[in-house]
Design a protein around this ligand. Structure first.
Ligand code: PG9
Length: 621
């Protein structure tokens, strides 16, 4: 016994069988760290607690707070790598904030990752669609209230920033904002999921999002990937049939949000009541807001402009509502903005924006003693000449200059004169036009992210695509606004999709960058589901073989067609599998179209007297 006591180390108090993994989260002590990281559960008004990661620069005093509310895992956003250095801990997008000593806060939205409560996709505002006491507006309010009361290192001023879903949560915070919220930068916010952001464009469903729904909604944490076992998404979606057939095949119709989408194919109350531009347009503009989007934003190209337009009438002195459009894909503003696909810019436009515009914008409202910044009402990167422009307003020109489709597949600013009344093509739902070259890999970032600038040459001479092209331009053609499609068209079917692309055709030879010779760069393109031609909430069958007028807007452009370039317009009736196929036979709900509903149709585009199809361009004279 004595001998055993001798060998027992004097200080041993940890029982041999004490569990070796701590019950509460372990945090290493980092004596050299230039920050303090806290993880807290912030209580909301309904008692639900939201997981929040707070990174405070060491020694901070009177520091402003920058908040992002995310469905994409707050913890990950504040651990780019394990490091004692705040600049390594946070992502590149936070560089500017770190430099100026901001406290950086990331929060999981309710129901996702570390937060309690239930998750509802882009949870609607309290009201017609939400009969609970909470939404992202109240959650932002409660969070900001807690932060300013519990962070003695702060100066009590909060900014919000975030892209896409996180841009949506920024806009939601602007509905009845907390008084400590002093400035906001919603980036590519999801604003109207039906009109032109993530879920639909003008009524055509973006099938690619079925994968997103599975990855977001299958679990509180990371969801699931759909393992189709088919390399080419074109085949996977085509073989399945309708979007609901695809969803059913892989069990995605077990998820409530899939069902909500399928139950609301038209722009009914469900979508109308969620349109954030309309919601914000009915409130006072209390917080300086810089809304931002990428020129080629492949996910949310609609909402930023709609928000800016809705807030603009409230900004009497032109000093509260700002718009920024960079030459970027979705969320590229938070990464490297030197190029997009084959397009090369005049430097890292994203870092430039963050450092030279976003930080001074936030600083002036948030940092004690920071100078007033001369924020341009509109900052826009003009493509073609490739330069930033400081503008007073947007758009600069209305879409009032028709560029006519002419016989012989020409484009001209003069009214068409030839004999031939129309051009036609056969659209076959069994062979839809791919939106990118096959094999289609929508989950591959290298394919998905730059797809809006992909060369449109593979489609221009397909028999199911009509292509109109101008002569080479002798003088620059400057556009700054939103082109309008004005088609006079007929279909032999009883429903139809129109895809219209406005394209800059590069000269045959480009010495500076030889692979750009003859490149067909789309500067604006979109889809319109014909059944909605008389109202987005009023789908109806199209009279077969009758000429009808279809009008819809294309995404905004700030572009100069340079001399030697040509203007091209492509028209087609499918864009697969990004958009679900229109069966071309009217059915009450396309999500449930049956195989026998999918029929070939002959589409005619008219250029006859009184039926002059055109793209109306916002030409700056
Ligand atoms: N575009 C993504 C999204 C936003 C909102 C709803 C669904 C998807 C995003 O990048 O967050």
């Amino acid at each position: 016994f004595l001998l055993a006591a001798l060998f027992q180390p004097a200080l041993a108090q940890t029982p041999y069988m004490a569990p070796d993994i701590p019950a509460t989260k372990f945090t290493a002590t980092l004596p050299e760290a230039d920050y303090v990281k806290q993880e807290v559960m912030i209580p909301m008004r309904d008692g639900v607690k939201l997981h929040t990661v707070i990174v405070i620069p060491k020694g901070a005093q009177h520091a402003p707070i920058m908040l992002t509310r995310t469905p994409y895992n707050a913890s990950k956003r504040a651990e780019r790598m394990e490091s004692p250095h705040i600049a390594s801990l946070l992502g590149d997008a936070d560089d500017a904030f770190i430099e100026h000593g901001y406290i950086r806060v990331y929060q999981d939205v309710r129901g996702k990752y570390g937060s309690e409560g239930d998750y509802v996709m882009t949870r609607p505002l309290r009201g017609a669609l939400n009969n609970t006491a909470v939404d992202h507006s109240t959650d932002a309010w409660d969070t900001i209230d807690w932060l300013v009361k519990n962070l003695p290192q702060s100066n009590g001023k909060v900014g919000m920033v975030g892209s896409s879903y996180e841009g949506f949560t920024v806009l939601m915070a602007l509905v009845d904002p907390h008084p400590a919220l002093k400035a906001a930068v919603p980036m590519s916010p999801m604003v109207d999921g039906w009109r032109g952001d993530d879920w639909f464009h003008n009524g055509a469903f973006r099938e690619s999002n079925l994968g997103y729904i599975a990855s977001q909604n299958a679990a509180r944490g990371k969801g699931v990937e759909i393992a189709t076992g088919i390399y080419d998404d074109y085949d996977a979606f085509l073989r399945a049939g309708s979007a609901s057939d695809f969803a059913h095949q892989y069990g995605l119709d077990q998820l409530n949000f899939t069902r909500k989408i399928f139950e609301h194919p038209a722009y009914d109350v469900y979508w109308q009541e969620q349109a954030l531009d309309k919601i914000l347009g009915k409130r006072d503009l209390k917080v300086p807001t810089m809304t931002l989007v990428g020129r080629w934003d492949q996910e949310d190209i609609y909402g930023a402009y709609a928000t800016y337009a809705a807030l603009e009438p409230k900004d009497k002195d032109n000093n509260m509502n700002f718009l920024v459009v960079g030459p970027w894909r979705h969320s590229q503003v938070n990464g490297d903005g030197s190029s997009l696909g084959p397009l090369k810019w005049t430097g890292d436009t994203a870092a430039e924006f963050r450092r030279d515009y976003m930080l001074p914008f936030f600083d002036q409202y948030l940092r004690d003693g920071a100078p007033r910044f001369d924020t341009p009402p509109v900052l826009s990167y003009q493509t073609g000449p490739n330069r930033w422009r400081r503008l007073d307003k947007w758009p600069l020109a209305p879409a009032s200059t028709p560029l006519y489709l002419e016989p012989g597949q020409h484009l001209s600013f003069n009214k068409p004169a030839g004999q031939q009344q129309f051009d036609e093509y056969v659209s076959d739902p069994a062979k839809p036009v791919p939106f990118v070259q096959r094999p289609v890999r929508m989950g591959d970032g290298n394919v998905w992210r730059p797809w809006l600038v992909a060369d449109q040459r593979p489609y221009s001479d397909r028999p199911d695509v009509l292509t109109y092209v101008s002569e080479p331009l002798k003088a620059p053609l400057q556009l700054a606004g939103q082109p309008m499609v004005n088609l006079f068209a007929a279909t032999s079917g009883s429903d139809v999709d129109w895809v219209v692309k406005l394209i800059d055709v590069y000269p045959d030879e480009v010495a500076r960058q030889p692979e750009m010779g003859g490149y067909q760069l789309a500067i604006a393109m979109d889809i319109f589901r014909g059944r909605y031609k008389d109202g987005f909430d009023k789908p109806h069958a199209i009279a077969s073989n009758k000429v009808e007028r279809y009008r819809f807007a294309l995404p905004n452009v700030d572009h100069v067609f340079l001399p030697g370039h040509r203007v091209m317009v492509q028209i087609q009736s499918s864009w697969f599998p990004l958009y679900d196929r229109n069966p071309q036979t009217f059915v009450p709900n396309i999500f449930y179209a049956k195989p026998q509903d999918y029929k070939k149709a002959t589409q005619r585009i008219y250029h006859a007297p009184g039926m002059e199809s055109a793209i109306e361009l916002p030409v700056v004279k």
